[in-house]
Each structure stands twice: as C-alpha cells, then as structure tokens.
Design a binder for this molecule. Structure first.
Ligand SMILES: C[S@@+](CC[C@H](N)C(=O)[O-])C[C@H]1O[C@@H](n2cnc3c(N)ncnc32)[C@H](O)[C@@H]1O
Length: 235
C-alpha cells in the first residue's frame, strides 16, 4: 500500500499540504482518502488487503482483559479481520461490525471463512452521524488517527452517547510519547499527516479530546513502535 500509485505519489504534494492545511493525499487526488476509496476500486482493494493483513490483534489481546465481555462493536472495522480474530478467541462473544455501507458490504466472505458470521451483526453507517448502542466494548482500531481535531471530536461524542455506564472504548493505534517519540513513530506520524492531514496524537493530546467529549482515559497498554491500546470510559 505504501508504495502503490496515489498512496506514494501523494508525498509529492507535501509542500502544498503544509501551505494550505489540507491533507497531501487530498491535494494530490482532489478527494479525501475515504471518498477516493469509495470510487477507486483497485486502490480500495489494495487498502483493504493491507488492513486485513496487518490487524493489531496481539496488542489488543495482550493489552486488555476481555473476559466477561458479551458484545463488542468494532467501529470503522473494515471487513472485520480484527473482530473475527477476537470472536475466534472468545467463543461466547458476539460482535457488531460497523463501517461505511460500501465497506461492510464486502465483509461476508471473510466473516464466513473465519467461522464467525453467525455471531456477528453487520451494520453500515457513518460514525460521524452516530454508532450502534448496547455494546460492552467499543473498539476503534487505527481509526482515531485518521481524523483531524474536528472530525475526531465529532466521532468521540457519538461514541460517548452510545456507551452505557459500564461500557469501555478501546482505541488501538500508534501512540507517540512527545519528545521521546521513536523514529518509526515519527515516520508513521508524517505518513498519517500525508494521508489524512492529522499527525499522530500523544496520550495527553487525546486526554484533551476526551475531556471535551464526555470521556476519560482509564488505562494505557503501550507498545513501543507497535500499536498501543487506550482503555477509555465515560467521564
Ligand atoms: C485505517 S482503516 C482501519 C480498519 C480496521 N479498523 C483495522 O484496524 O484494520 C479506517 C476505517 O475507517 C472506516 N471509515 C472511514 N470513514 C468512516 C465513517 N465516516 N464511518 C465509519 N467508518 C469509516 C474506513 O472505511 C476504514 O475501514
């Protein structure tokens, strides 16, 4: 994915992105990444295969105890590769896969192949408008880092509204540590800036977003140079 077509060529628009405040990918293609993927099927297939092949299942399973969880909603869950891995490890758990309608419409084969389709509801929608209620655990893997501040706050407000008093929100993704950020995470941060116009956030920066959206950071499972897990609750 990193070296494919527009994903690579977007880097040539980095100077204009810095000047204009728009994502380099959007400057290069004329569309934000997810709108572009809806229309460009070959690139969407490359993106989806990259996501499915690199899910952060170990960070999630090592980082947080999920026993006792009955219902997990994976928001922006793509075709469900991470959710399927989770459901395979927890045979009594049920899942809700939530993503844009044209993305979840392709999820059936993967969920059936992994043997979890009968325990997994599939819901198409936009988390900018709202998310399904009633899950014990809400999962957002490699999703919050796709959004500049305004979109990120809107998504978190919608998740906060859907959460019950005992629900947890698990945010999975790269989590830099300010001045101590490793070269790899600096590179990831620059790549997120090129694709989405949003560099990676530190836990402190997330903390400010949580405070504005009715949430609070409960615990962090940190994986250096890997994907970390933030365990977030309603404030
Ligand atoms: C970087 S991918 C991560 C996919 C998956 N969570 C993973 O870790 O492999 C971000 C996902 O967010 C989804 N997404 C983007 N905009 C969305 C929206 N408005 N509502 C719901 N999902 C959205 C994309 O379709 C994509 O599947």
């Amino acid at each position: 994915m990193c070296t494919h077509g527009d994903f690579l060529q977007a880097w040539t628009c980095l100077p204009e992105a810095v000047r204009s405040g728009r994502a380099a990918f959007e400057v290069h293609t004329g569309r934000p990444l997810f709108a572009y993927l809806e229309a460009e099927h070959e690139a969407a297939s490359v993106f989806t295969r990259a996501m499915n092949a690199s899910v952060a299942v170990d960070a999630l399973l090592d980082g947080v105890a999920l026993s006792g969880t009955e219902r997990v909603a994976d928001l922006g869950g793509g075709e469900g590769a991470l959710l399927a891995a989770l459901l395979c490890r927890h045979p009594n758990m049920e899942g809700v896969l939530f993503d844009l309608p044209h993305v979840v419409s392709g999820a059936g084969p993967l969920l059936r192949e992994r043997g979890v389709a009968d325990r997994c509801a599939v819901v198409g929608g936009s988390f900018l408008d709202g998310v399904p209620a009633g899950a014990d655990v809400y999962l957002m893997a490699r999703v919050m880092q796709n959004w500049p501040r305004e979109g990120a706050a809107r998504i978190l407000r919608n998740v906060s509204r859907a959460m019950g008093d005992s629900s947890r929100l698990l945010i999975v993704g790269h989590l830099p540590e300010g001045r101590d950020t490793t070269p790899f995470l600096q590179a990831m941060s620059l790549y997120m800036y090129v694709l989405y116009g949003a560099p990676l956030r530190t836990a402190e920066e997330y903390g400010k977003l949580f405070a504005e959206t009715g949430l609070t950071l409960h615990a962090v499972h940190r994986v250096e140079d890997g994907e970390s897990v933030m365990d977030v609750r309603r404030a």
